[in-house]
Design a protein around this ligand. Structure first.
Ligand code: THU
Length: 132
């Protein structure tokens, strides 16, 4: 695996340490890689009003967007589960709009890793083009 992807997984693991998940106890970390090699991370943040929870992937990409980033290469996602974590449907849609067809690096606590392009996970994304 590319060295920058290994660094990205490390950053996702660091972010996972800050996950606020007292309800599910499912701790998730994510980190996005920009075109020019910068890394921005995020964790899942839950709420007692469960539906207000935000996933790690969206926290990470929103963090990058907030810092003025607009071109992305990849996102790494890790959890405290031994199986690789695959991003939820809402995150796939948000990532596709903000980052395009990037590499999705999915990892589990037992070092299993799967890398696929986002388009493979979200074949027919909604683009809103028909609304314009
Ligand atoms: N979660 C993520 O952070 N990313 C995913 O791709 C799936 C789910 C979080 C949301 C919630 O805090 C917990 O995992 C259990 O669903």
């Amino acid at each position: 695996m590319k060295k920058e992807y290994q660094e990205l997984i490390k950053a996702a693991n660091r972010a996972k340490l800050n996950a606020y998940a007292p309800y599910s106890k499912y701790y998730v970390g994510a980190a996005v890689l920009t075109d020019d090699g910068k890394i921005f991370s995020g964790c899942n943040i839950e709420n007692s009003s469960y539906g207000l929870t935000i996933c790690a992937e969206r926290t990470a990409i929103f963090n990058a967007i907030t810092q003025g980033m607009s071109k992305f290469k990849a996102i790494a996602i890790v959890s405290n589960n031994s199986e690789v974590i695959t991003p939820c449907g809402a995150c796939r849609q948000v990532l596709f709009e903000l980052a395009g067809d990037i590499d999705i690096i999915m990892s589990g606590s037992s070092k299993k890793i799967k890398i696929v392009r986002l388009k493979k996970l979200l074949p027919l994304p909604f683009t809103g083009n028909n609304l314009k």
